[in-house]
Ligand binder design. Sequence first.
Ligand code: 13P
Length: 248
Amino acid sequence: MARRKYVVGNWKMNGVKASIADAQAIFAAAANHAAVDVAICPPFTLVGALVAAAPGAAVGGQDCHSENSGAFTGSVAASMLADLGASVVIVGHSERREGCGEGDADVRAKAEAGLSAGLSVILCVGEPREIRESGGAIDYVLAQIAGSVPDDFAADRLAIAYEPIWAIGTGLVPTVGDVAALHGAIRGALAARFGGAADDMRILYGGSVNGDNAAELLRAGDVDGALVGGASLTAAKFVPIVAAAAGL
Ligand code: 13P
């Protein structure tokens, strides 16, 4: 089964009620590109409103707690996202690994919670700049994969997002060859662990993707889509990325 292209907007801590109209415009335009799966992950505060405003669209959270309920002030359970009608959750984003001290075991537990709640999971990995410069990017990312990808899941419900930290929000992008090398290494590690199911898992690239560079990045080997931050906030910037994925 060919893997469908997947383009996901991670709105990070951006968006207020008025931003729902931007998301609606994105989903409306994306509907012209039926070959591409599109999802938007707004802040938790907008998940319910966006589900209501865009029936049938894929809406997700940017994180979840690993537990289903309890004394975890400020946290949101995967089951709560599912209860709102979300269908996907991002886990292990570098802004949480680095900023909130989340390690591979935490990320794995969150991924398992998302899967148990019936959500699809986008599990992020990616190396910091000094690891890239020392030539250790592949080893670093494969260790993250080994430590944070759960053992048991349906292959089409867990996507990996490779997001080199130094490329996030900087305008810097790895060469297409470097992206293909990383994605190929990730695919190889998944195949070694999960066999043929690895062929059905999508591997997204993230980090300064925009309408100008999307087509080239999405054509790289083993790149099945994009996880987009800054350029996902408006239809004007995001839809060209979806169109690039559709045109491949
Ligand atoms: P930018 O597209 O803003 O670089 O962010 C990428 C990202 O972190 C998506 O999760």
